[in-house]
Design a binder for this molecule. Structure first.
Ligand SMILES: NC(=O)c1ccc[n+]([C@@H]2O[C@H](COP(=O)([O-])OP(=O)(O)OC[C@H]3O[C@@H](n4cnc5c(N)ncnc54)[C@H](OP(=O)(O)O)[C@@H]3O)[C@@H](O)[C@H]2O)c1
Length: 321
């Protein structure tokens, strides 16, 4: 089958290890099934993998991709939950210390077929295309948990989303705006700030801008480039929810601000399979359609990776095999 894999990893030249070509078909073990991939979406995670983060070099070549929507062996239209719990684990998959995401230990979704545990399948929301549904499993699921489970802010509250153009960030804008939050954003790009306003953001600011007032929660996926601004933006007792660090893992801690203003810093990762079903239903109920920057043939995947590396995307890149 055609697949997009990491053949080697490099922190300096991640795309140097990207391989587009033939890969053996998957043979699902007991309890797993093959899904025929109709669409798969690109996440920053795939670039991290090519940089060597989160993948064992002994496992290479490995098919990239966490997210897919497709058709299972019974002919049902499904969305794939990417978090694979270890044998015997019960409860929230994201709390399993031995969990992996597809493409870390098991081949991922950038292929014509992907093998997944049967329990990782949820029905595709009927109102979403395969391309839109393929955006849900990482970016939208992560945003859903950040906002509804981990921020502690209720509708009516004001939240700040850093780096509005990102896959997770644009999902936060749409989920928040649709459910009664006042959503403020930052972005480096004027065009992306305008897009965020079109998607329902209330105000859009340049990075580091002084805000009209302090916010109840900040959503961070950017890291050191925005971290200080995030801490400054919070009201006393406010919450910073962090699920990513695109610009590096060690921002200045600024502990004085954290304890003096009694800020809460909450880590957030993905979501469980029930939350994936919930975010799909919410999209259907509210008519939310994940913003897709571009759809590419799987064979053209390199162009999507290059655009993500350059930071020129708004929303998601989707590959169709
Ligand atoms: N923990 C989890 O479960 C989880 C899940 C999903 C993602 N993540 C992580 O969250 C991060 C975002 O993921 P994503 O897939 O949403 O990525 P993405 O689509 O590539 O978005 C990254 C965004 O970061 C913003 N950014 C701001 N300043 C930047 C700078 N100096 N350099 C580069 N980017 C900058 C950009 O927004 P503007 O251009 O608008 O400024 C860009 O669109 C990644 O690090 C990813 O690994 C974690």
């Amino acid at each position: 089958m055609l697949a997009v894999s990491a053949g080697s990893v490099s922190s300096d030249d991640p795309l140097g290890g990207l391989v587009v070509g033939e890969h053996p078909d998957p043979h699902p073990p007991e309890g797993w099934t093959n899904v025929k991939v109709r669409a798969a979406s690109l996440n920053h995670h795939d670039l991290w993998t090519l940089r060597g983060v989160g993948v064992d070099p002994a496992r290479l070549p490995i098919v990239l991709g966490c997210d897919a929507a497709g058709v299972d062996s019974d002919g049902k239209e499904v969305v794939v939950h990417s978090v694979v719990a270890s044998e015997g684990w019960s409860g929230d998959e994201t709390l399993d210390p031995k969990r992996t995401l597809l493409s870390e230990l098991h081949d991922g979704t950038f292929a014509q077929l992907v093998a997944v545990p049967r329990r990782n399948l949820v029905p595709k929301p009927a109102g979403l295309s395969f391309e839109e549904a393929a955006c849900l499993p990482t970016a939208w699921l992560t945003a859903y948990r950040m906002l509804f489970s981990n921020s502690g802010v209720r509708p009516g509250g004001t939240v700040l989303v850093q780096g509005a153009g990102g896959g997770v960030a644009s999902a936060l804008v749409m989920l928040g705006a649709a459910t009664g939050y006042r959503v403020w954003v930052t972005s480096r790009s004027e065009g992306k700030r305008t897009r965020a306003l079109e998607l329902g953001a209330d105000r859009a600011f340049e990075p580091d801008a002084r805000l009209p007032e302090r916010v109840d929660a900040v959503f961070e996926t950017v890291g050191p480039a925005t971290w200080s601004h995030s801490l400054k933006a919070l009201r006393p007792g406010g919450t910073l929810v962090v699920s990513g660090a695109t610009t590096g893992f060690n921002p200045p801690a600024e502990l004085n601000r954290v304890y003096f203003l009694q800020l809460r810093i909450v880590g957030s990762t993905m979501g469980n399979v029930q939350e994936l079903a919930e975010v799909g239903r919410l999209c259907e109920l509210k008519g939310l359609r994940p913003p897709i920057d571009r759809v590419l043939a799987l064979a053209e995947a390199r162009r999507g990776f290059e655009a993500m590396e350059r930071g020129e995307l708004f929303g998601k890149v989707v590959f169709v095999p």
